[in-house]
Design a protein around this ligand. Structure first.
Ligand code: GAL
Length: 825
């Protein structure tokens, strides 16, 4: 071959090799980390579930996640939203998965796609479509042919969709990781051999789909190679994967917890969240995902449980409404900066451990190129510790980790919050004038049917409605004693769940319901009856299908009996086996009263109060501005609500929160019961109405109330940031995190808002917390001036925490801090 030709061939070969390298540029792993494009990465991820917000909210949420220092967005795939009936797929609106993933890519972030397709997630039926339960011969999540066939079909459907859109990293897309199944380990244990075969099958099936990116199985110690088993929990520092060549990954770092109707609202202190994450990275972890980073809303009937509230706020760094929750968001952002500064040392190998005291330890990461990062931890929940590391003294608050990205400077401590905190409030905008229409108990329609005995509810409704009417008739003889004594008989109704209302001859006589930890219950109540035929109508109401538990597909809902009447001459009469009439759904549902056109099919009148089975409708204008909006349902009982035909979810403010709501100390092990709020109040009072569902005027609100409420209390509220606070010490670390050489207080309002007023400012020894600061014995008189001058009229501002700024040192020799509360408007 001539020389020039040879060169040309060689060049061509190099080009081919290079481009094939680009094409296969893929994701792999070793024992230390996930490897993306040949580089080990310490990856910070956060869960945002696309159907729990609107496509209009997605870009803002993703941007806030990016600004918070995230590299990856994690989401489940919600099978029941995508395949509402067999073979009929839906990927529009809030279920536009491809659009969501493309937005993540546009923001420059990666994506972790947890296909499941079992997802748990406090989502209806754990993500399974309810029709799946009725596939002949099916048994969920085990070595069962029909189940595996459906699971395979859906998983393949999603994977091929992702491939067709070029969304895997190997194709230049953002997806770097995937997940099959979800927390199967505990179930496998009970299922024995069938469980093991199923787990093996699931892994093999997933890997066989050739996505070019690793698969994980969370909480599954048996995850077969090459699938990585990962940890879920409040802490995962203790965790190790099942093989030495797999990285240590934390797929669900719980930022808080979910709320159930009847439960209080959990929150997790930012200091403890940061501590858990810092401990995990310190102990060799290289991937952490916040579950949830934005929890969002269970619109419609998507909440699982049963009894999961419509709000899925989760005390996440971004709140249900899409506003940043401070100090959690900012404190974690600072943590991520400190971790990123340490990344070169972190990815270069395994740590060396150095004991610094009984409960104090250092881990040191070094690279061959001279990078060095250290984590100093104090797991004593009671006391401060002063430790010596490399000849330098460091002061470690209880239950905290300091990060030294250069092995010298502590730029961050998990217990010292430098981020601002915010106080948000629900601001009443105004009531909505409503009309009402009351439907009759069990207005039987042509689809009603009769049967001897009681039926299971979901087998009838297939969960297309929450409601099933059970109606029967009872003959009372003229000679019944109670007709004379007025000692009314007692009806006893045994229900498998989840709630019910009993009507006798058209009158509501009582309501019963279960709870998250036990959906079954027995209802007892006196019933007024007359001689002759009496009509007993029971409205049985489901409140979300279960999302977790062994073979939850076999769990029952509805009145399975026995249903008895006692206090009759004959003693007790069992009604369970007699003839019952059934009606699926409400009259209002079949008439589509939640829509403008459907609502014209009935006569509406002046709004009635405390009236069961009542529909309310009215129009309202959208308030100006862009603050998130909600409807205050605090005066109502239980039901569902719609805005412009879209369901904003189930409401149930009458179910008040029980729990223990005491003080909350960040120190010591956290669990979901530790820090709760709003005991004794409604578990959920406000219901998010996304801005994008509204037009400027004439929005149509429909409410269906089951028990009876006071509709004059219904109104619009807006979610606003009342005030922002910050508290920074003269010697606060982390100055280098913000490229500043002196401590500063940073305040910032939500985009579009400005600092209107300094409500409190004190450089000295201020006391209290955001919302209740007060001056201490030491206070610099120019504190207010200094803040007002620099901050009023600004969207954000920074003020140096040094006495020169405040007109001199108010108390030399005393350690001082600056505390500020500013009002954003
Ligand atoms: C996990 C599960 C998640 C979610 C979480 C509780 O066990 O994997 O899907 O249900 O618990 O919020």
């Amino acid at each position: 071959m001539e020389i020039p030709k040879l060169v040309a061939v060689l060049v061509a070969l190099v080009v081919v090799l290079l481009s094939s390298e680009v094409a296969t540029a893929s994701v792999s792993y070793d024992h230390r980390a996930i490897i993306v494009n040949g580089q080990r990465r310490i990856l910070i991820s956060g869960s945002i579930h696309y159907p729990r917000s609107t496509p209009e909210m997605w870009p803002g949420l993703i941007q806030k996640a990016k600004d918070g220092g995230l590299d990856v967005i994690q989401t489940y795939v919600f099978w029941n939203g995508h395949e509402p009936s067999p073979g009929q797929y839906y990927f529009g609106g809030r279920y536009d998965l491809v659009r969501f993933i493309k937005l993540v890519k546009e923001a420059g972030l990666y994506l972790h796609l947890r296909i499941g397709p079992y997802v748990c997630a406090e989502w209806n039926f754990g993500g399974f479509p309810v029709w799946l339960k009725y596939v002949p011969g099916i048994s969920f999540r085990t070595d069962n042919g029909p189940f595996k066939a459906e699971m395979h079909k859906f998983t393949e459907k999603i994977v091929s969709m992702m491939k067709a859109e070029g969304l895997y990293e190997s194709q230049g897309g953002p997806i770097i990781l995937s997940q099959i199944e979800n927390e199967y380990g505990p179930l496998e244990y009970y299922d024995g051999q069938a469980g093991r075969s199923y787990a093996y099958w699931a892994a093999k099936m997933a890997v066989g789909l050739n996505t070019g990116v690793p698969w994980v199985m969370c909480k599954e110690d048996d995850a077969p190679d090459p699938v990585i088993n990962t940890c879920n929990g409040f802490y995962c520092d203790y965790f190790s994967p099942n093989k030495p060549y797999k990285p240590k990954m934390w797929t669900e770092a719980w930022t808080g917890w979910f709320t159930a109707f009847g439960g209080a609202i959990p929150h997790r202190p930012a200091e403890d969240m940061a501590f858990a994450v810092a401990r995990f990275i310190m102990k060799g972890g290289s991937f952490i995902n916040y579950y949830m980073y934005h929890g969002g809303t269970n619109f419609g009937r998507t909440a699982g449980g049963p009894f999961i509230t419509t709000s899925y706020d989760y005390d996440a760094p971004i709140d249900e409404y899409g506003l940043i929750s401070e100090p959690k968001w900012g404190h974690l952002r600072d943590l991520h900066k400190a971790i990123k500064l340490s990344e070169p040392a972190l990815v270069s190998g395994d740590p060396a451990y150095v004991a610094l005291g009984r409960s104090q330890q250092a881990t040191v990461y070094r690279s061959s190129k001279g990078a060095c990062a250290a984590f100093l931890s104090n797991i004593d929940a009671g006391s401060y510790a002063t430790v010596t590391f490399n000849g330098v003294h460091y002061n470690l608050p209880p239950w905290s980790v300091s990060i030294l990205p250069d092995c010298k400077t502590a730029v961050y401590n998990t217990a010292r919050v430098g981020a601002q905190s915010t106080q948000k409030k629900m601001e009443w905008i105004g009531g909505i004038s409503l009309q009402s229409y009351t439907e009759q108990p069990d207005s039987l329609n042509d689809k009603s049917f009769a049967k001897d005995g009681l039926v299971e509810q979901i087998s009838q409704t297939w969960d297309r409605s929450d409601y099933l009417w059970y109606t029967t008739y009872v003959n009372i003889g003229e000679d019944e004693q109670f007709l004379k004594t007025g000692q009314w008989p007692v009806i006893t109704v045994n229900s498998a769940g989840h709630s019910l209302h009993v009507f006798i001859n058209g009158e509501l006589c009582g309501t019963g319901y279960g709870a998250l930890d036990n959906p079954k219950f027995t209802y007892y109540g006196n019933v007024k009856m007359w001689a002759g035929s009496n009509k007993i109508s029971i409205l049985s109401v489901s409140v979300g299908m279960p999302n977790v538990g062994q073979h939850f597909e076999s769990w029952n809902v509805g009145v399975l009996g026995p249903v008895t009447l006692s206090g009759l001459n004959e003693g007790k009469r069992d009604l369970s086996q007699q003839k019952w009439f059934y009606q699926i759904g409400l009259q209002g549902e079949s008439l589509s009263l939640h829509t403008v056109s459907g609502s014209s099919s009935v006569e509406w009148g002046e709004a009635s109060h405390k009236q069961p089975l009542t529909w309310y409708k009215g129009f309202f204008n959208a308030p100006a501005g862009n603050e998130p909006l909600a409807i205050d349902m605090g005066s109502m009982g239980k039901g569902q609500a719609w805005v412009n035909g879209e369901s904003i979810g189930r409401y149930w403010p009458a179910y008040t929160a029980s729990g223990s709501c005491g003080a909350c100390d960040y120190r010591g092990n956290y669990d979901e019961k530790k820090c709760q709020a709003y005991c004794g109040g409604p578990s959920q009072r406000w219901y998010h109405v996304p801005r994008s569902w509204l037009k400027p005027t004439g929005n149509f609100l429909v409410v269906f109330e089951e028990w009876g409420g006071d509709p004059t209390g219904i109104g619009m509220v807006r979610r606003t940031v009342g005030s922002v606070c910050a508290q920074v010490n003269e010697f606060q670390p982390m100055t280098s995190l913000r490229n500043q050489d002196v401590p500063k207080v940073h305040l910032s309002c939500e985009p579009g808002q400005k600092i209107a007023n300094i409500k409190f400012a004190s450089f000295g020894t201020p006391q209290g917390a955001c919302g209740s600061f007060s001056e201490g014995s030491c206070h610099a008189h120019k504190s207010y001036d200094a803040l007002e001058k620099r901050c009023i009229g600004q969207e954000s501002c920074a003020v140096v925490v040094a006495h020169e700024v405040f007109g001199g040192d108010p108390c030399p020799g005393t350690m001082k801090q600056l505390a500020v509360e500013a009002i954003c408007e």
